[in-house]
Design a protein around this ligand. Structure first.
Ligand SMILES: Nc1ncnc2c1ncn2[C@@H]1O[C@H](COP(=O)(O)OP(=O)(O)OP(=O)(O)O)[C@@H](O)[C@H]1O
Ligand SMILES: [Mg+2]
Length: 268
């Protein structure tokens, strides 16, 4: 399965790559159709996407274009209606429910758009929870959970319940929970959406550190300052990928005085 330690990947060590390496995530012809009453919603349409191990991808696009749906599929929380998802060389459709759960628990960190903190657990217990699936000692769980909470500036609220927190505080706890287990894949749905700039930057620095340690990150954001932390940006429109470009190339063009027009502006 995937690497279980942090640190430099083998590919990066042998110098064959400038960041992205063999595809860790590969979607081929993936569509997601939701059926509710009489309505059929094509949330994703024939998406082809490769994400290299250790890559940091940001995802943008208008409301309802399929960003959260894409993250749910990538995080094995939902399955494509059509098409194939190959994760680390294995077709996901061939995995049992418990295999999917094990991968989610051990390797994937998720920051949900709606936080999804567990209401009857305290802040500390919410953050500690992912570690309880892994046979880690109580003392180490405590140390790691506290460290993650300190990183998002929430150590003073460990005994609060989610309903007693502001939206931004809940978001920071959700980020701490997603990173506490050093996931190989971090899927973050607007992780800075409710934060002021100093807390937003703290969260982005945390993500950047995880990325430096080798994690693969997919982050939905509308904020160009934060999208800039990523290696490349994917634009979705009406369930389709309409553009993907390297942020380095964009910065280079801008440095030479070119205006870089995003598909959102040309299509809306
Ligand atoms: N469980 C569901 N059942 C039915 N329709 C759904 C479901 N989840 C999403 N959809 C529909 O799929 C489309 C894509 O939704 P999605 O949540 O992926 O959008 P999004 O890009 O994340 O939007 P936002 O920026 O508002 O969060 C929408 O039209 C939405 O109504
Ligand atoms: Mg969404």
């Amino acid at each position: 399965m995937m690497r279980t330690t942090n640190g430099t990947s083998e590919e990066a060590m042998d110098g064959t790559s400038g960041g992205a390496t063999a595809a860790l995530i590969e979607l081929t012809g993936v569509s997601k159709i939701f059926h509710t009453d009489e309505i059929e919603t094509h949330a994703l349409r024939e998406v082809n996407l490769q994400i290299g191990e250790g890559e940091f991808l940001s995802i943008a696009g208008p409301s309802g274009c399929g960003k959260s749906t894409l993250l749910s599929l990538l995080g094995l929380l939902d399955s494509p209606t059509v098409g194939e998802y190959v994760l680390d060389g294995s077709p996901v459709s061939g995995l049992s429910g418990s295999q999917r759960a094990t991968i989610r628990n051990r390797h994937i960190g998720f920051v949900f758009q709606a936080f999804n903190l567990i209401g009857d657990l305290t802040v500390f217990e919410n953050v500690e929870l992912p570690l309880t699936y892994r046979g880690i000692s109580t003392a180490e769980r405590k140390e790691r959970a506290m460290k993650a909470l300190e990183r998002v500036d929430m150590p003073h609220r460990i005994n609060h319940y989610p309903s007693q927190l502001s939206g931004g505080q809940q978001q920071r706890v959700a980020v701490a929970r997603a990173v506490v287990g050093d996931p190989l894949i971090l899927l973050a749905d607007e992780p800075t959406g409710n934060l002021d700039s100093s807390n937003g930057e703290a969260v982005m620095n945390l993500l950047a550190e995880l990325h430096r340690d080798g994690a693969t990150i997919c982050m939905v954001t509308h904020d160009p300052r934060y999208a800039d932390f990523a290696d490349s940006t994917l634009h979705l429109f009406d369930g389709k990928i309409v553009d993907r470009r390297s942020n380095g190339a964009t910065r280079e063009l801008q440095a030479h005085g070119y205006e870089v027009v995003t598909p959102e502006r040309t299509l809306s």
